[in-house]
Design a protein. Structure first.
Length: 88
């Protein structure tokens, strides 16, 4: 169902594009290569199971959790504009 000036399927195309951008951002953040034996941040040992599970890991679980908590999650850009602008 299209509304206004958009064609059928336009909303789904926007959703698909936003999802693809999110996947690409996640792929760019992946680390590869040899895993560190000690955390690059705090110096504590990184467990063998973590090093095997995540190739290229450089941080222990605690430091990685802190890093991810500090990152600002971006929802991406609102391709349709705000709801208020559509009502005018």
């Amino acid at each position: 169902m299209a509304g206004g000036w958009s064609r059928d399927g336009a909303v789904q195309d926007q959703i698909d594009a936003s999802l693809q951008e999110a996947v690409e951002r996640a792929r760019q953040r992946l680390v590869s290569g040899d895993s560190a034996k000690v955390c690059a941040e705090c110096g504590l040992a990184i467990p063998e199971a973590r090093r095997k599970a995540i190739p290229g890991v450089q941080l222990c679980i605690n430091c990685q959790s802190e890093l991810e908590g500090d990152e600002v999650q971006s929802a991406g850009m609102n391709r349709r504009g705000s709801k208020g602008s559509q009502l005018r």
